[in-house]
Ligand binder design. Structure first.
Ligand code: FAD
Length: 311
């Protein structure tokens, strides 16, 4: 058993494991895929103090920083169940897909999130070749170019406003007959000169020249007529899904969107169980934020461990 067990090996998990190990606690980190979303990222330009890096390089740096400490790192383990401790300060248990289970007096859950995909032809093929999911990350790559944003909820409309200040033109495509974002955002978007809003439009295909995106096809749901828009970039904003399905039924509080509910100290509703990063209710999902939150959750775990002896 460990004193601290981190579940998830992205930026939040790596930071948490390093912080608990530095406090002298026996620490384990178990992840389905070490590195997390960072593994799928090309250029990273907003990891402050590092002007430019690439996902696989940063993921390697996370792993080697973790390896500097006596941390038991277990890759390719998918958590399937959380069994909380029966008494304060007791052992929580995490059951994995291979049947193994690990116990620890404090847990830091950092299982991250995944962007919901459109599931249309061309989307997967042109990921990082014009198809993007994070406007804060990739917006500046499309400076002066033509882009589409798919999704008319708050995140889509915010992304379109953000991008309209950077790129040449933005077409917002919404499946429903009206945008679902807050009215103030919709009004702001509608006032921007380089923005076109299409509602009642179903995205049907991402087109490209083999190397990069060159257009998007959508069907006007009122007329059933298909249209092609020529452009260079597509931002898919139809939801970020937290990887928390495995926690359902454990008694851990999740928000209506499935995010782990945390307070300002990264504590969950279960004593000794902390959480950090994209899997939680923390606003804004970014690498630097996930790392800060992971550190915070680990310091809270430290605080918990020194105050609660094993029963
Ligand atoms: P994640 O990185 O999602 O890591 C989750 C970890 O948990 C992984 O190790 C995963 O395998 C593991 N896991 C999941 N479920 C289980 C389970 N059941 N059992 C065990 N392990 C599990 N942010 C930026 O700041 N700048 C950028 O330029 C940038 N670009 C991005 C580009 C792309 C294509 C994507 C997808 C994201 C980008 N982001 C960027 C966002 C950033 O990657 C995330 O905010 C960050 O990785 C979140 O870290 P995390 O540790 O909370 O979660």
């Amino acid at each position: 058993p460990f004193e601290a067990l981190v579940v998830g090996g992205g930026p939040a998990g790596a930071a948490a494991a390093i912080y608990t190990a530095r406090k002298g606690f026996s620490t384990g980190i178990a992840a389905e895929r070490m590195g997390g979303q960072v593994q799928d990222t090309m250029g990273i330009e907003n990891f402050i103090s590092v002007p430019y890096t690439e996902g696989p390089k940063l993921a390697g740096a996370l792993a080697s920083h973790v390896a500097e400490y006596e941390i038991d790192a277990m890759n390719l383990l998918r958590a399937e169940k959380l069994i909380p401790a029966k008494e304060l300060g007791g052992y929580h248990e995490v059951v994995f897909d291979n049947g193994a289970s690990l116990k620890a007096r404090s847990l830091v859950l950092t299982t991250g999130a995944r962007w919901r995909q459109l599931g249309v032809p061309g989307e997967a093929e042109y990921q990082t070749k014009g198809v993007a999911y994070c406007p804060h990350c990739d917006g500046p790559l499309f400076k002066g170019k033509r882009v589409a944003v798919i999704g008319g909820g708050n995140s889509g409309v915010e992304a379109a406003i953000d991008l309209a200040n950077i790129v040449g033109s933005v077409t917002l495509i919404e499946f429903d007959t009206k945008l679902r974002a807050d009215q103030v955002l919709v009004d702001k978007l509608a006032s921007m000169p380089n923005v076109t809003i299409l509602t009642n439009a179903m995205t049907t295909e991402v087109t490209g020249d083999g190397a990069k995106v060159n257009g998007i096809k959508y069907k006007d749901r009122a007329t059933d007529v298909e249209h092609l828009i020529e452009l260079e970039g597509i931002f898919v904003q139809i939801g970020l899904v937290p990887n928390t399905e495995w926690l359902k039924g454990s008694g851990l509080e999740l928000s209506p969107r499935g995010e782990i509910v945390i307070n300002e100290k990264c504590a969950t509703n279960i004593p000794g169980v902390f959480a950090a990063g994209d899997a939680t209710t923390v606003p804004y999902k970014q690498i630097i934020i996930a790392m800060g939150e992971g550190a915070k959750a680990a310091l809270s775990a430290f605080d918990f461990l020194i105050r609660n002896e094993a029963p």
